[in-house]
Design a protein around this ligand. Sequence first.
Ligand code: ASP
Length: 340
Amino acid sequence: MTKILLIYTGGTIGMVQDAKTGTLRPFNFKQLTKQVPELHRFQLELHSVSFKKPIDSSNMNPQVWVHLAQIIEKNYTLYDGFVILHGSDTMAYTASALSFMLENLSKPVILTGSQLPIGIIRTDGKENLITAIEIAAAKNKRGKALVPEVAVYFEYELYRGNRTLKYNSEHFDAFKSPNYPVLAEAGVDITYNDNYIAKCSTKKLRVHKHLDNDIAVLPLFPGISKKITESYLQIKGLKALILYSFGAGNAPTEPWFLSLLEHLIKQNVIVYNVTQCLVGRVIQGKYQTSAALKKIGVLSGEDSTLEAAVTKLMFLLGENKSQAQIKKLLSKNLRGEISV
Ligand code: ASP
């Protein structure tokens, strides 16, 4: 029988309202399965593990990602698929991080959560949970997993994890994958877009457990001041800076701004250009406002989400690699996170 491991980390799906303050806080996982008796009707073996202290995903961090990767590593041969229940706020970061940490996947790792707690009558949590389990368990005729990659399932759509972003905090339809097609759609049946789903790896799973968060993000806005931007030069041990740029990767051409970036690059800081636009890509040199960036050695983030860029940098910096190797790998598509 197909075996699925449910990993509960926290998030709205399992929250209750504090009677005194009215704020939402995580509660005991056992109560969560009680709320979904339908789970017992699945023709599969469902086991679960829960974080001792479930968290709101705003408290997510690289140590927790390592813990999650270790849970999957420990149980990898015992289960056919994994479902991670996670808060929606940082789900796209966790999905991106896990996509880099879990190399050579041949089994599904599906993240899901909800906008309303599972105990509330109008909850979106039940459908999300039930369909995520079904996707994690789905196999083809040869017994291979249909979705052998890290993916996010939310509100009838399945997305590649490292292409996903949360774009809506009010609608049930909270996620988008603007630069990559949906992997599957759940209607009366679940339709899989096989052409876009990663192929099953035949290699042994490799789990990368070192992440380096000596990185920063510089979000551009018109009027950004020299004083504030210069403070990035003072960050001790900074290894990479994401230049969160305009449009197709554009930035101010003011000499002070460019010389500041050049200074950082000379100090061996990797400067990685990621666009604030949700759809489209960085094309350094398309406009005069990005030509100089290319010249001074800023690297293009292509059509990466910010979430994928942050976690790809943490992953590559955590590996024992030279800066030249890291730079080369940044422009390569490692886990389907960019189209090159
Ligand atoms: N704040 C919650 C979290 O990310 C929101 C959610 O789960 O939807 O944990």
